[in-house]
Design a protein around this ligand. Sequence first.
Ligand SMILES: [Zn+2]
Length: 428
Amino acid sequence: MKNRILKTVLLSACTVVAASASYGLIPYKSFQDPKDLEREQLISSKVNQYTNYVAPAQPAAFSEDMEHTVKSGENLSTIFSDLNLSREDLHKIIHANATGKQFADMTPGQDVVATVNAEGELEQLTYAKTPFETLVATRHDDGFDVKLLSKKIDYQVSSAKATIQSSLFEDGVKAGLSEKIILKLADIFAWDIDFALNLREGDEFTVVYEKLFVDGKEFDTGDILSVEFINQGKTYTAVRFEDNQGHTGYYSPEGNSLRKAFLQNPMDFAKISSHFNLHRKHPILNTIRAHKGVDYSASIGTPVKTTGDGKIVFHGIKSGYGNVVEIEHGQKYSTLYAHLSGFKSGQKVGSKVKQGDVIGYVGKTGLATGPHLHYEFRIAGQHVNPVTAKLPRSLPMDNAVLAKFKTQTQPLMAALQKAKGDALLAKN
Ligand SMILES: [Zn+2]
């Protein structure tokens, strides 16, 4: 375990430098959200407090910063032992307030800096929790004052355009998109495009999204703002909108939600192995027996999701179907998931589920030749083919919301048009 000593400053020679050095990790001048002023005042008052505390009483004292990068398996307790810090102080920091507990949860690769005085006593502990958040514990009377300080995040609008040659994922990465943005894109169009079955070479998309910066360095991607996907010649467009309740969603440029009451597939990247067929010869029984659902082949353990919001009405074994979950979606609709290897823990008959919640895992229980999911969809008690059935959409927005929608989404749609134009220019 190597601890790097960063700075040793003689306080008698230069009090102010020592005080600012111990706050070197937090460039407080870059805080700029509504609480900024408060934070700036907070930090400058702490600097003064620190200066007053050390300088006059101990002319020969020095402060020392010990930096430590968190490794896998380490926690604040092992780090305190390595740095020869007091266990009593550790206890005081963790229990200082609700924020103090955040010191107990450390991520490998992040930095901890302990500032100690001449006696080796901890004066301040900082932990860079995320690229934009730093936990700071400062000695104060008999205990510690713990705060979570946030830096300003800068958002930059970026765009990319790609043509499908191999897969959404590979071509998305080639176009410079992060895995997160690609998954978000697939999620936005989950109701309209079946990326497992219907993606074709030559399909193309343009996406406008946020890049996040802190201290001028890109550290993550944010939300997709607007996106166009051309699938087999058909154009789908989505734009992000935040309503009065603060719920964000994706809508067509006319203001229709892209979210439908039901997902196209109960699994990500599902592949159909047997279609809905009322005259099918059963593979095991070898007799003509209607196949009143769709079979998706997938390996054992693949998560199965409920395609709509609803309530579990059956949860257990159903002879040839093996382990089954059946869900009622209001009065009219119901779905059934069979041959599961196991159930999602904590769910039972009567449990409420949200669209996309995992309800179980692919298996081959009951009469099944191999691991697959058997999925049934019923409308008013009648089995229908979920692949071809017209599934209900969610409700349209009222006029007041629509006006807000237009104002909010106009610049996002303009950015999409510009991104398409830019890509066209680059091509020519
Ligand atoms: Zn089946």
